[in-house]
Design a protein. Structure first.
Lengths: 416, 236
């Protein structure tokens, strides 16, 4: 009997040890999955890889591009239709190099030109998380691209021009916050996909990074993050930037259009430290370019007519919330005086807000947002042009007048 | 003259007053009310959800909250298609849509006077018979079977049918037939709308829009009506 006990003892010890080890591993796994889930939020994977009312991460969302329609892919761990057979090496290969496991080239609608900056460790965490979600059996739909864009070998040319693989390299002369913010903004956040102009070849040039551009097909203008004349945040406080990114509303303005999607699906989930880091980096992007002093160009006959037509419309339709002198009631009724978003060279966003109205996203920090009514059905093209011109040129605002034709063209813009 | 001065001064002060706080104090806060939050809805549906002069934009006030909530979710998720609504609601969470629905359900602005009918008495009579008795031959159940004998709707998911305009009613029946408006399966209204002819739609819309507003706008209690067909929007 004692002998048997003696013989059993090592086994018992081994069992106890392995239970302990399993617990530790389980905890480690849970932490890894949590980290992966968080990073997948930061990368906003869900926005493209989930169709409306579709299963989460099962793909199938149609993305209209100037080259045709791309259907997003299933990234659940289903072995037949998802990425269930992929290894973490293959997943990293996709994120870092934009290549499928068989070496095939990925269309750059997938923002691998940004994701290439993601570290191997973070890529592995996202991979582990995506392995843990429920598998969904759903075949990927064929892309519907026009000739010649349906020829994948064209991507080789695109890559030569616009793609440089390489993980993010911290800048030792900058703060830890700045580097973390840069990593998130340039990498997972893939902010450059919209905030850098897309050229006729569907690429964006590094030298124009974050200088803004019209988002193809959506007809929203993604403002420059480097110019304080646009959405450059150089003269915003850190708190104003973090409110904007996380709650969707701030004392300086609210998110709208495609940016509302980014806050709703991604940015509201980032923690205090990361939000602050992004704010520090974004503020720094625009340092040194201070806003120009309000110019007072003599208005032409047409623009002075628009302004005089616009004021009564403003007083009747807008002043109730935005105030008689454009101060608004921040954060819920945004100020219009000295609002960069209204004075940008491109008047697309200001016109569309008047035509379509909009709600900022409902977020944990702003669960019951205030909405702006659409005016497309109440105001004529002339009236829209007049009121937008009045707002863009009043109270020290220095935007250019807009024409009725511009207003008319945007009536046909896709809403969603 | 001396007496007039203070009067003019007071008048000037009164004019200047609205500008003064805006410039010298931090800007005001938006009112912390649902009414202020849903001003976005007012330009089409009226500040109290009473509807506007546009015949295609419906009254929202006093409809059952469950019905309004189902519509808000359907618009947000694209199951009910109307781009301006799909766009406005795209990034609003369920909990807030519920609050918006409850807000409009709780309002009781007066009904507009019914529109004088623009169709013949025969068509109105056909409409009345469809609404009250249905059409056994084509299998159309009466509207009153689910929407109540007084057509006030039933909680939580079935709306009242009074106070709506003919154009809106026929556009919605058309929407079901052509699939731009859908609801949870079984989508009872899609089935019913599919059984109606163009003339039936015209007759039903004309009759309903000609009815006077209810004196006591209230819903039937859940389960109080024996519904002639199953409906995904109305739990039993």
């Amino acid at each position: 009997m004692p002998r048997t006990l003696n013989a059993l003892l090592p086994i018992l010890i081994a069992v106890c040890l392995s239970i302990g080890a399993t617990n530790a591993m389980a905890q480690q796994d849970a932490a890894l999955l949590k980290k992966g889930e968080y990073l997948a939020r930061a990368g906003d994977c869900i926005a493209c890889h989930t169709a409306r009312e579709g299963k989460t991460f099962a793909g199938g969302l149609p993305m209209k591009t100037p080259f045709g329609t791309i259907y997003t892919s299933n990234i659940t761990p289903d072995p037949a239709t998802g990425i269930g057979t992929w290894t973490s090496d293959q997943f990293y290969q996709m994120m870092h190099n934009g290549r499928f496991p068989d070496g095939g080239l990925v269309y750059p609608a997938m923002p691998f030109a940004s994701y290439t900056k993601v570290t191997r460790e973070d890529s592995d965490a996202i991979y582990a998380y995506l392995r843990s979600i429920p598998p969904v059996k759903q075949l990927n739909r064929e892309h519907d691209l026009r000739f010649p864009f349906n020829n994948r070998s064209l991507i080789i040319g695109w890559r030569t021009l616009f793609f440089k693989a390489g993980e993010f390299k911290p800048d030792p002369t900058k703060s830890a916050d700045w580097n973390r913010g840069a990593y998130l903004v340039e990498g997972l956040g893939h902010c450059g996909m919209c905030h850098t102009a897309i050229n006729a070849l569907g690429g964006s040039s590094e030298s124009q990074a974050f200088e803004g551009g019209l988002i193809p097909m959506q007809n929203w203008y993604a403002p420059s993050l480097t110019s304080n004349k646009e959405a450059g945040l150089g003269d915003w406080s850190i708190e104003e930037i973090t409110d904007y990114l996380r709650k969707g509303v701030s004392a300086r303005g609210a998110v709208y259009g495609p940016m509302a999607e980014v806050v709703y699906n991604s940015l509201q989930y980032l923690d205090d430290d990361d939000t602050r880091a992004m704010a520090v980096y974004l503020k720094g992007l625009a340092q040194g370019t201070s806003p120009e002093k309000p110019a007072k160009p003599l208005p032409s006959a047409e623009s002075s007519l628009l302004v005089s037509l616009g004021k009564p419309i403003y007083d009747r339709e807008c002043a109730h919330c935005h105030g008689t002198v454009g101060l608004g009631m921040p954060p819920h009724y945004p100020p219009l005086a000295d609002n960069q978003s209204i004075q940008m060279v491109s008047a697309v966003n200001a016109i569309r807000m008047v035509l379509n109205g909009g709600y900022p996203p409902g977020t944990a920090g702003n669960p019951m947002p205030y909405g702006m009514p659409p005016f497309a059905h109440r105001l004529s093209d002339d009236e829209v042009a007049a009121v937008v011109t009045f707002i863009r040129t009043s109270w020290g605002n220095r935007g250019e007048p807009v024409s009725a034709r511009q207003a008319n063209e945007l009536r046909a813009a896709t809403l969603n | 003259m001396a007496q007039r001065f203070p009067a003019i001064f007071a008048f000037l002060a009164l004019i200047a007053l609205p500008f003064a706080p805006a410039q010298s104090q931090p800007a005001e806060r938006a009112p912390d009310t649902m009414a202020a939050r849903v001003l976005a809805c007012a330009s089409c549906h009226g500040a109290e959800g009473e509807g506007t002069s546009d015949v295609y934009f419906p009254r929202l006030a006093g409809k059952p909250a469950g019905y309004l909530y189902n519509q808000l979710v359907a618009f947000r998720d694209g199951r009910r298609k109307y781009p301006p609504m799909n766009y406005l609601l795209e990034f609003l969470p369920d909990a807030y849509l519920k609050q918006i629905a409850e807000h409009f359900a709780s309002l009781r602005p007066p009904f507009p006077p019914p529109a004088p009918p623009t169709v013949s008495t025969e068509i109105l009579a056909r409409g009345e018979s469809l609404v009250k008795e249905g059409d056994a031959k084509s299998g159309v159940p009466p509207c009153s079977g689910c929407h109540g004998p007084s057509l006030g709707g039933m909680e939580p998911g079935i709306p009242g049918l009074l106070g709506l305009r003919a154009s809106y009613i026929s556009a919605q029946l058309g929407g079901w037939r052509y699939g731009t408006r859908t609801a949870f399966t079984p989508d009872c209204m899609q089935i019913v709308a599919g059984l109606l002819t163009e003339d039936d739609v015209k007759a039903v819309a004309a009759y309903l829009s000609s009815r006077p507003a209810p004196t006591d706008p209230s819903f039937a209690n859940q389960g109080s009506l024996p519904m002639p067909l199953a409906c995904g929007s109305q739990p039993n």
